[in-house]
Design a protein around this ligand. Structure first.
Ligand SMILES: Nc1ncnc2c1ncn2[C@@H]1O[C@H](COP(=O)(O)OP(=O)(O)OP(=O)(O)O)[C@@H](O)[C@H]1O
Length: 252
């Protein structure tokens, strides 16, 4: 089967500075891969390169076998950016935000019955069916994150790419996310996630790729089988970081 996401010796720069220094990474159909590493190690830049938001300066990055710069089939890709960058302050209802996830498939035509059913299904999966008519601004951080995940799911993508989906998310919502991902993986959807810690997603992760200073420091297959892993899942506070200069990923 074709590799869903493939990075071979990928380099990228931001502000004239090398940020990715030769990343190798592969995500195959139905696999869940976690990108871990300290703050500033290049995790977000790597996923932004995958979704075409950061230009690749060297190496080869392919999506479903096509070089990313030629890839056009974005309906196959569900992307959940870091929460602070998406839908903040937008005066829209939960249903409106989630419905936007169908637009890549509809090419701006009005939503039909199948689209509405997909929106309902995604809302149900993330446990927000009863909040559909409410403004997204009235939701908690965790619920907001669930809306963004539902928006990505409603396009029925073949791969879900999420940047820190657990950051600032309450335990209930973390569990909903784990259940949602399990359901998607069961349908052979592939998943690439940026995480600070594996947390409740640990049993679902096929491979953890730990970045350090724009390079792959190590790759761990089936990290869920490692003993002694942590379950807390949140970005480290500033005082935690100074006390522990390398980030604890739960597998190190
Ligand atoms: N727009 C930008 N211009 C210049 N440098 C940037 C820009 N965005 C990020 N960087 C730098 O690139 C490096 C990698 O950043 P990136 O956000 O990919 O790291 P990260 O591993 O996702 O970190 P975090 O866990 O803090 O989100 C950091 O040193 C960061 O300061």
């Amino acid at each position: 089967m074709e590799t869903v996401i493939s990075l071979a010796k990928v380099t990228a720069e931001l502000g004239g500075r090398p940020v990715l220094r030769g990343i190798d990474l592969a995500v195959r159909p139905g696999e869940a891969v976690a990108l871990l590493g300290a703050n500033g190690s290049g995790k977000s830049t790597a996923v932004r390169a995958v979704v075409g938001q950061v230009p690749v300066t060297g190496g080869e990055l392919t999506l479903f076998g096509s070089p990313v710069r030629r890839f056009r089939d974005w309906a196959r890709v569900g992307y959940v950016p870091q929460r602070s960058t998406a839908a903040a302050g937008v005066p829209a209802t939960v249903r409106e935000v989630v419905s936007a996830g169908r637009l890549a498939r509809r090419r701006l035509r009005p939503l039909g019955r199948a689209d509405r059913a997909a929106v309902d299904r995604a809302l149900g999966l993330v446990g927000l069916a009863d909040r559909a008519a409410e403004s997204v601004n009235d939701l908690s951080g965790g619920q907001h994150q669930r809306v963004l995940i539902a928006r990505a799911l409603t396009g029925e993508p073949d791969v879900l790419i999420m940047d820190e989906p657990l950051a600032g998310v309450d335990l209930d919502s973390q569990q909903v996310l784990a259940d949602t991902l399990r359901e998607a993986l069961g349908r052979d959807v592939s998943v690439l996630l940026v995480l600070h810690e594996l947390g409740p997603l640990q049993p679902l992760i096929d491979r953890a790729v730990v970045l350090a200073d724009g390079r792959v420091e190590r790759t761990v297959e089936r990290p869920g089988r490692l003993p002694g892993t942590q379950t807390a899942c949140h970005p480290p506070a500033a005082d935690e970081l100074s006390a522990t200069p390398t980030l604890r990923t739960g597998i190190l």
